[in-house]
Ligand binder design. Sequence first.
Ligand code: BES
Ligand code: MN
Ligand code: ZN
Length: 503
Amino acid sequence: MSRNALLATINELVEFSSVAIPVRFDGEVARVSPLVPSTIGELTIPRVLEVPWCTQQGLTSAIGSFAVVRSFGNCNVTFISTGKGTVSLDDWRLFAAAAVKGAGKTSVAFLLDIDDITNFRSVAQSLGEGALLSSYRYKVADAIDTVFAVVPLSSTLPPVAVHDDLEVGLRDGVVVADAVNWAKCLIDTPAGYLPPKEFAKIAESRLEFDAHVRVNVWNEGKIKDERLGGLLGVSQGSEEPPRLIYATYDPRPKDKLPHVVLVGKGVTFDSGGLSLKSGEGMMTMKTDMTGAAVVLSVLSAASRLNIPVKVTAITPVTENLPSGTATKPGDVLTIRNNMTIEVLNTDAEGRLILADGLSLAVEAKPDAIIDVATLTGAQAVALGDEIGALFSTSNELAEDLLKASGESGEAFCRLPLFDAYESHIESDVADMKNIGKPGKAGSISAALILRRFVGDENWAHLDIAGPGRSDAARGYRTKGATAFGARTILSYLTDLASSASVD
Ligand code: BES
Ligand code: MN
Ligand code: ZN
C-alpha cells in the first residue's frame, strides 16, 4: 500500500523514469530553485528559463502546466509550473498530477526545495495524493505500482525530523489516495456487477483486514427484524435483497475517543422506481452509491492512518427499481424510529434509506453524525459539479468541515436548514411526505426531511449529487467517479484527533 512512496537522494535521480522540477514564474522570467542540481544525467538544468520558450512549450504561470524537456536513457525531466505566488496544498496536488501526466512511466521523483516550505508533512501528503489520485483508471485501480518519491533539496543539512515528516506525509498521501481510488472503483463499477450483496462483500473483504475494525453486514431478515422500513420500502421493487453495512473502527475502546458516525447513501442503481426516470436521467445512476463508498473508504483510511478517533460507518444498500412489488406513490413507510413518511415520488428514495441510517446513528450516541449522499439533482443545479452542499445543525461542526474542505481542495458551500420550508414537507396522512414543492429548494427540503431523524445531535449532511462524478479529467481529478467528500471527512477526523489531543 505504501510500498510506492519513498524519499530519495539526488544521486538516485537518474534511476527514476521521470524527474519533476518546480518552476516559479517571477516577472519576466521563470526560475528553477538554485538547489536543483545543475546536471541530471547528461542534461544541463538551467536556473532561469525564458518565458517565450516556456510559452512555446506549454509551460505557463497556470499551476500544473508543464513541459517535458528531454528524455535521456529511461528518464524524462519535466518542468512544472508552481505559478507566481504562494503554493497551496491543492497546488501541490496539481503539481504531482502534472508530473504523473508528463511521466507516463513507472517512477516519479519530485524535487522539492525544502528551504522554501515549512509544512513538510502536509506538502508531502498532498504530493502523494495528487500523484496517486490522478493515476486512477477504472479497472486498474488496484494495479497502480508507480513509485513516487520526494527528493528534498536544502542549502543546509535538514534535521532528521524533516525527513521523517516528508516520508510520513508522502506515505499518508498514498494511503488516502489508495482508499479514495478504491471508492472510485466501486462507484465506476456497472450496477449489473454490483448488486447490494456484492457491494457488501467487496466492502467486507477490504475492511476485515483493517486494524481495529469490526464489520457487520445485515441481510434482509436482520433488516426486517430491525424495522428499517425505509430501506425495505425502497428495495421491495427489486429482485436483489438489500444489505446494511455497519462497520466500526475503534483503536482504543478503553479511552472513550471522540466518536463520529458516518452514514452513506448506497443505492447501487437508481431507476427512480415507479416514478421512473428518463433514459437520459438514468445513465449515470450506477454512481448513486457514492455516499456509501465514500464513508467506507474513510473508515478504512482512518484505520490505515491510525487516526485516534472512533468512527462508525452505516450504509444502507439497495437498488431502486420498478416492478409489481415496488412501493407505489401514496404508500406510507414506517422508519426505524417509528416516524412515518408518505412516498409521493419513489425517485426521492435516498432520504428514505438515510432516515433509517440516521436513526441508527442517533442510537449510537456519537459526538457527531455526518451523512454523505448523491441526494438531489437540485444540488447540482444550485452549485454545479465542483461544489458540494453542506447542511448542519451545528455551526461548530459546519466550520470544522469547511476548514477541512479548504485543506482537501474539495469545495463545499453551506446551505440553510430553513425552518419555514418545513411546510413544504407536511403530509395529510403521515408525519411527513418525501418530496417538497416542485422546483423549489429541492436540496433544502431533502435536508429538512433528514433533520427530522437526527434529533438534537451534532449533524452535518453533505449532498454531493453534482461533484460526485465528473464529465472530464481536470488536474488530479479523473473522469467519472470522484468519491467527493472522502478527503474532506478524513481531514476533519485528523483535525478532530489533534484538537482532542488524544495522542
Ligand atoms: N439520485 C438522485 C439524485 C441525483 C440526480 C444524483 C442527478 C446525481 C445526479 C435522487 O435519488 C433523485 O432522484 N432525486 C430526485 C428527487 C425528486 C424526485 C424530489 C431529483 O433530484 O430529481
Ligand atoms: Mn432517485
Ligand atoms: Zn438516488
